[in-house]
Ligand binder design. Structure first.
Ligand code: EPZ
Length: 428
């Protein structure tokens, strides 16, 4: 297993390119299944999860060609196996996003249950509830969701869907299914993430009739068929947020090219309250900091967009560890998303966890510092948190099991090295 070797203590300066969003590219690759015409996606990030999704749709009989510049050309005209097998789904929960498009286009789908992952049980009961409201008959057998239309039905029917909680991929599944359903679908407590809006814009480019995306109420008028399109994947706000926290922690002055400040209000507000300078500049975001020890630790609660994103909790906690003062962080979305805490403590952080609440005592208050050690990544964003901590820890930090990082970050160590970090990948 690859590892990252980081020698801490260097500021980050210069300019870095923000890649396309993982959490937009994954549903958008599935949206291409909704038409028999060619679809071109631009700015698709080079990530392990994208490779897995390409494998999944090719396994269905879909042709998908990825070029070095991030262009992916998909032709689902030859789709002949509406299935998502366990050996692929178990490595990536987002495979559940095939369910809606396959049902909408073919009236049937066999998709493995994703199973849990490190951060939580990750059930899909709400996906099933919403698609059933549109008429789908879904049974769960031998670890698979087997979905089909009722006898005599040729397509799903629009419905009013209210889920028990806001679900990002649930909203995405419903959007894709409703695009080809008969009649109107209304999503009452839809997720509002920018990736939802980006998917909706792609579907509209394919001929779908959608309004209200980006708010909690989305209305979709089903159409008979969708055509091909060319769509550029929106910039990854979580990658951008991760770099904002890294520069705030190490100190320095960096421009994040293509970063969207308007997609990161809650995170930017907290960074400004901490004492970092963050501003939208033409075509990106500029961040300046004198280093984490000069900043004030910030408390926050993770909530659905536009609140503070759960996907930024671990990264901001790494910043809090080296800042001044004490901060309380509450994780409200996932039941087990503090696994980076034990590894941060191995680097010298002072954190107490009680259920969903973590209390961080910033080291700057006692002039203590993080000290390098070997730590183990446990999940995608925990990995990013450990990299940030390693960038500021005294001495050498080795982050093990960085296959977690590779799932969601496009060449992170190369981008950080380009900003002046002393970081290298040690091949297993
Ligand atoms: C998406 O996951 C993201 N993944 C996650 O990003 C992100 O953390 C999450 O949304 C929350 O923002 C992708 O977009 C591919 P949810 P998703 O359905 O859709 C519960 C990353 O780091 N729930 O919004 O799976 C669920 O257990 C990843 O990039 C049900 O109970 O999350 C959770 O507690 C990690 N039943 C809450 O709702 C369901 O049927 C929110 O989950 C669905 C969800």
């Amino acid at each position: 297993m690859d590892k990252l070797l980081i020698r801490g203590g260097r500021p980050l300066n210069g300019e870095v390119l923000v890649s396309g969003a993982k959490n937009a590219a994954l549903p958008e690759l599935c949206a291409a299944l909704l038409t028999a015409e060619p679809v071109t996606l631009l700015n698709v990030p080079q990530l392990q999860d994208v490779s897995t999704m390409l494998k999944l749709i090719r396994n269905m009989g879909v042709s998908a060609e990825r070029s070095q510049d991030g262009t992916v050309r998909i032709d689902a005209g030859g789709l002949n196996t509406p299935e998502a097998p366990y050996e692929l789904v178990k490595t990536m929960r987002a495979s559940v996003l095939a369910l809606g498009p396959l049902l909408a286009r073919f009236g049937e789908a066999t998709v493995s249950l994703p199973g849990g992952c490190a951060i939580g049980s990750r059930p899909v009961d709400q996906h099933i509830k919403g698609l059933a409201a549109m008429g789908a008959e879904i049974v769960v057998e031998h670890g698979y969701m087997i979905a089909k239309l009722p006898a005599g039905w040729t397509r799903l029917r629009g419905a009013r869907i209210t889920t028990d909680m806001v679900t990002v991929t649930g909203t995405e599944n419903f959007l894709m299914a409703a695009a080809l359903a008969e009649g109107e679908t209304v999503l009452e407590n839809a997720a509002q993430e920018p990736e939802i809006s980006d998917l909706a814009e792609m579907l509209i480019a394919m001929g779908a009739r959608i309004e209200g995306h980006g708010t909690s109420r989305i209305r979709i008028q089903g159409v008979d068929q969708l055509h091909g399109c060319t769509h550029r994947v929106v910039a990854d706000r979580i990658e951008a947020g991760t770099f904002l926290c890294a520069v705030a922690a190490t100190g320095g002055d960096v421009v994040l090219r293509h970063g969207r400040a308007d997609h990161l209000d809650a995170v930017i507000e907290k960074l400004r309250e901490a004492g970092a300078t963050v501003q939208a500049v033409d075509g990106g975001i500029r961040v300046h900091s004198a280093g984490g020890a000069t900043l004030k630790a910030q408390g926050f609660r993770t909530t659905e967009y536009p609140g503070f994103p759960t996907d930024m909790q671990a990264q901001f906690m790494a910043l809090n560890c080296i800042a001044q003062g004490t901060a309380t962080v509450t994780e409200t979305i996932f039941e087990n998303r503090f696994m980076h805490v034990n590894e941060l403590v191995r680097l010298g952080a002072r954190i107490q966890v009680d259920g969903k609440v973590a209390v961080i005592e910033g080291l700057a208050s006692t002039s203590a510092r993080l000290s390098g050690a070997t730590v183990m990544a446990t999940d995608l964003r925990a990995s990013a948190s450990l990299v940030i901590a390693g960038l500021v820890a005294d001495g050498e930090t080795v982050v093990d099991r960085i296959y977690h990082l590779d799932r969601g970050y496009d060449c992170m160590e190369a981008k950080l090295r380009g900003l002046g970090a002393d970081i290298e990948r040690m091949k297993a």
